[in-house]
Structure formats: structure tokens, C-alpha cells
Design a protein around this ligand. Structure first.
Ligand SMILES: [Zn+2]
Length: 297
């Protein structure tokens, strides 16, 4: 039987802290950090953990420990297949105990308001096994074949463009996000999936409903935007981070951490809002086939 080489997950530190106690630490306040202890640990298991705590690469087939302990460490992603990328090791740890999917052949499309933003996003994925393609808004419809996800990051608010992206990607059944900066505010959308989550249209409508200055907003919304960065580049960081993080987490875990939920960060006041977007049964963006029928007609 082919033996798999396991290594200690590089995002975990294991230290011996007592006779039969081992600290497994991911971060100071991480829920993945705990003290492994118990009278169940045999001499063999203690020898094994001592080795795990001091050596980097361990071929499990050459180590002697109880299968219970071995299975536990693998299930918790503390011991992990060596061939996986660091990105996969990290997200496997966060999602340990649950099914994780390989991202080796995943393809992501990047749609951004400037080549600077697109290139920074592409750079974020360079240490992963995901491949990326930069698309242009003029003809992105033609470049969608084989893509598993589209990240869209805009340096300004552009309602018309966002609606166009929304309708095309819903029709193609490709999961996507539309994240953008408007002035000093970063908007992080939920991941949109056709018929499974809300769509961009529902997000826009519900964010609009909370505005005080509707007339001036509509004038602003409908004005043609100039496609250029007019803010210091580092302000993009948050949009780039959440775009990358939530995409990788979704592709590896298969779960929607922010289902139907948008995040709004005010970079000036440091306030943030979490906005739950209510799915609308008659949304014109994604449920237009639903017909409203009056009960008495
Ligand atoms: Zn919708």
C-alpha cells in the first residue's frame, strides 16, 4: 500500500507542557488551540507525540502509535498530507473535522475596475494552486468558460456595471462576489449563487432602503463614473483580503461563511456593519420568472 507522507500542519505549534500534556496551538485565542492530555495516552503515544513535537516530516507508517490517536490528529488536520499547498493546509485546519475539497484545478476569473487592482488580486493567489485569469469588463462574457468563481473588485461604486455582471454570472451559474470601495467605505458582498443565495440586485435595493438622502444618491448613482483610482492604494487592502479569503474558504470548505450577508466597513470612523440581506421571492435580478398572482384573480 502506498504510504502517504504526513507533516505537522505548518499553522500549528505542538509543545510538551506536562507529563501527558501537549499544547496544540494555532493562535492565542483560536478555537483550534487546545491542550491534548489524558490517561488514555500510552507510552507509545507519548513517544509519538514527542517526535511530532520535535520533527517536521513524519512518515506515519514508520511510527508506532494507537490508531485512535493517529486518526484524531489527521481528522483535526494537525497531521496533514505533505503534498498539499500551504493554502490548503491552512484552510483544512480551519475546517478540520469537515470535508475539504481540493483547489488544485480550480480556475478563478478576476474582474476589476483597473489593471492595478486586478494584478494585486492575481498576486494574492500566486502561492495557491488556484489558477487565475484577468477578464475585462468590455467582453468578460466571452471568457467565462471553465471558470469556477469570479471575483469582482471595483475602486468605485458603479451600479450599472454591477447589475450587468450580476445578470451574466447568474445566467452562467458561476458563483461570484462584487466588492467595491465607495469614498471611504468598503462594501463586501456575500457570495452570490444563482437560486441558492440572494443576488447583487437584492443587496443594492436593501442597502439603498437605509439611505437618508435618496435624491442626491440617485443623481450620484446614475452619473457616469471615471474609472481611476482616486484614493491611496492601501485602502484597497480590505477589499482584496476579503475577496481572496472568502473565495478560498468557499472553494475549499464548500460552505458559505457569509451567506446572504454583506459587510460594510467605514474606513474613517472604523465602524463596521454586518447587513443581512433578505431574499426576495420576486427579485428582478434572479427570480424574475416568479409571477405575482393575486389570490382573488
Ligand atoms: Zn436576486
Amino acid at each position: 500500500m502506498e504510504s502517504i507522507n504526513y507533516v505537522i500542519n505548518p499553522y500549528v505549534t505542538i509543545r510538551k507542557v506536562g507529563l501527558k500534556k501537549y499544547l496544540v496551538k494555532q493562535g492565542i485565542i483560536s478555537s483550534k488551540s487546545f491542550v491534548l492530555e489524558g490517561d488514555d495516552l500510552s507510552e507509545k503515544d507519548i513517544h509519538f507525540l514527542d517526535k511530532v513535537a520535535t520533527e517536521h516530516a513524519i512518515n506515519l507508517s514508520q511510527l508506532d502509535c494507537s490508531s485512535d490517536l493517529k486518526n484524531f490528529l489527521i481528522e483535526e488536520s494537525i497531521l496533514i498530507e505533505e503534498y498539499l499547498s500551504n493554502t490548503e493546509k491552512y484552510y483544512s485546519l480551519l475546517n478540520s473535522g469537515k470535508e475539504n475539497f481540493s483547489i488544485e484545478n480550480k480556475k478563478i476569473g478576476i474582474l476589476a475596475s483597473s489593471s492595478s487592482i486586478a494584478n494585486q488580486l492575481k498576486d494574492n493567489f500566486k502561492d495557491t494552486s488556484v489558477s487565475t485569469t484577468i477578464l475585462t469588463i468590455e467582453n468578460f462574457e466571452k471568457g467565462l468558460k471553465g471558470l469556477d468563481f469570479i471575483i469582482s473588485v471595483w475602486g468605485h461604486y458603479d451600479s450599472m456595471t454591477f447589475h450587468r455582471i450580476n445578470s451574466v454570472l447568474l445566467e452562467k451559474n458561476i458563483p461570484f462576489m462584487i466588492n467595491f470601495i465607495d469614498g471611504n467605505t468598503t462594501f463586501i458582498s456575500p457570495i452570490f449563487i444563482n437560486q441558492e443565495t440572494v443576488c447583487y440586485n437584492e443587496m443594492e435595493i436593501q442597502l439603498e432602503s437605509a439611505l437618508f438622502y435618496k435624491d442626491s444618491y440617485l443623481a450620484y448613482k446614475n452619473a457616469k463614473k471615471i474609472d481611476q483610482l482616486n484614493f491611496p492604494n492601501f485602502l484597497l487592502g480590505q477589499a482584496l483580503f476579503f475577496s481572496t479569503h472568502l473565495t478560498l474558504d468557499f472553494l475549499i470548505s464548500g460552505r458559505l461563511k457569509t451567506k446572504n450577508r454583506a459587510f460594510i466597513f467605514d474606513l474613517e470612523s472604523l465602524r463596521y456593519d454586518i447587513v443581512d440581506i433578505l431574499p426576495e421571492p420576486y427579485c428582478l435580478g434572479c427570480r424574475s420568472e416568479n409571477k405575482k398572482v393575486h389570490d382573488f384573480l
